[in-house]
Design a protein around this ligand. Structure first.
Ligand code: COA
Length: 433
């Protein structure tokens, strides 16, 4: 076997040197979330005056993303399948674009060259004895993009936690930039009494021994707090954060009863504080794997008692879930919601739970609504939906008629809106026998 050390020095460059490989018109894929390489992003942004029409493809982007700033759009056009605080405004102001896509599908789009990749910018750990670097906090689409890209540029960071799962050999890296930046930390979402009530209702649906997926936002985090009296829970989740570490340390999460990958936490990316990063570093019980495995409904469905907990912005009276748009403004994206809803529906004893506060905008808008806002898209369809939970209760929609669904959903709407929803003339359709 050849010694990777021989070639290492010849690949070592500064960030500014490395990003010279990027040309106008290229598609550049950004490493995901906390694995986004800050040194490379800053170096690329400094080339704005020289570059035109570089497409920067992303999912979750970390702050501060100079590439997303107003005025950068002629050099860098952001295109993502998920929007957050850094990327939302650009799409709203038509400086950036959004591509609808299930998270689980993304690796296929890269591998099949439906989205050909010119360059990937990623962040990895230093190599092990055999020359393999860990992908660290994010495996998701990164491996597929790296294997499809013409140029692979890695920021090698000694602070990046070394996780089990997949790894990349130094031979596959075109350029290496050694820079030990602090790993981005993401605060646990704040929640109050209302989310706690919703968490308690969710906990009633979770049996001991269940395997959990937890979505993004305050409600999944609150649900974890309500699960502290359960036993032998397991994790097979798109991502997880500090709340899962707390339950593991309390002995509630053991992964002992998982049907597949027993004894192991499975995720496709990780996002939290240094507490999480210390927990996963060199921990053989945590595997960070590609999203086309973790989010594959067929894989998810093999777990008995798979419980998926996600959130939404609004739900109409037939059970259509909008989790990504406020009116016709794109707020986030489908992410893994539908992947896990469908996986749970195939699981023996599985349940998918969409939980949301009953109102928005200080109680002035009902999130249980007659129909979704004009322009809003359906994230989870009424054919896929199972449980909807608000602070007023649980509606089990599976196998229910239109009329039964409307009745169940009105019963968990905020009381101030129930009469309006019940008496709406357009509800005639849902009053079928
Ligand atoms: N009309 C108008 N505004 C609304 C609204 C509605 N129907 N529903 C929510 N809002 C507002 C809220 O008031 C809030 O505004 P604020 O930030 O000014 O308080 C904002 O929209 C966000 O709502 P909130 O419920 O706090 O969002 P969240 O952070 O809990 O995230 C989702 C909820 C649905 C956006 C998020 O879970 C998501 O993106 N889901 C899709 C992807 C997914 O499920 N992935 C899971 C697999 S990992």
């Amino acid at each position: 076997m050849h010694d990777w050390r021989t070639h290492y020095a010849s690949k070592l460059v500064s960030a500014r040197e490395a990003v010279k490989a990027i040309r106008s018109g290229d598609r550049v894929v950004l490493g995901h979330a906390c694995s986004e390489p800050p040194a490379l992003v800053t170096a690329l942004a400094s080339r704005a005056a020289e570059l035109r029409d570089v497409e920067v493809f992303h999912v979750v982007v970390m702050k501060p993303c100079e590439l997303a700033n107003p005025g950068m759009e002629h050099s860098f056009r952001l295109n993502g399948i998920f929007l957050g605080p850094c990327t939302r405004k650009g799409v709203e102001e038509h400086r950036a674009t959004f591509t609808p896509c299930f998270f689980s599908e993304l690796p296929r789009l890269f591998r099949q060259k439906i989205l050909p990749v010119d360059v990937i910018l990623l962040q990895v750990t230093p190599p092990d004895e055999d020359g393999f670097c860990s992908y660290g906090l994010s495996a998701d689409y990164t491996q597929a993009a790296a294997e499809s890209a013409k140029v692979v540029i890695a920021q090698m960071n000694r602070n990046m936690p070394r996780t089990s799962g997949i790894r990349i050999h130094l031979d596959a890296l075109t350029w290496i930039v050694e820079e030990d930046a602090a790993i981005a930390e993401v605060a646990t979402p704040q929640f109050g009494e209302l989310e706690r009530q919703i968490g308690d209702l969710i906990a009633e649906l979770v049996p001991d021994g269940a395997t959990l997926q937890l979505g993004i936002g305050a409600i999944p985090e609150a649900a974890l707090l309500s699960l502290r009296d359960k036993r032998d829970l397991g994790i097979h989740s798109e991502m997880f954060s500090d709340g899962v570490v707390a339950l593991a340390e309390a002995g509630v999460i053991t992964n002992r009863r998982k049907t597949i990958n027993p004894g192991t936490f499975i995720a496709t990316f990780l996002m939290g504080s240094s507490k999480l990063y210390n927990f996963v570093h060199n921990n053989p019980a945590v595997e960070v794997l590609p999203v086309d495995y973790v989010n594959d409904p067929w894989v998810i469905g093999q777990h008995d008692n798979m419980i998926c907990i996600n959130s939404a912005l609004q739900v109409d009276l037939t059970g259509q879930v909008n989790a990504e748009m406020i009116g016709d403004v794109q707020f986030s994206g489908v992410g893994g919601q539908v992947d896990f809803v469908r996986g749970a529906s195939r699981s023996q004893g599985g349940k998918s739970i969409i939980a949301l506060p009953s109102t928005a905008v200080r109680g002035t808008i009902s999130r249980i609504c007659r129909r979704l806002d004009e322009g809003a898209s359906v994230t989870t369809s009424r054919n896929d939906v199972h449980y909807i939970v608000t602070e007023y209760g649980v509606a089990d929609l599976r196998g229910k008629t239109m009329k039964q669904r409307a009745t169940a959903l009105i019963s968990i709407a905020h009381p101030a809106f129930r009469d309006t929803l019940r008496n709406d003339p357009s509800l005639v359709a849902t009053r079928q026998a």
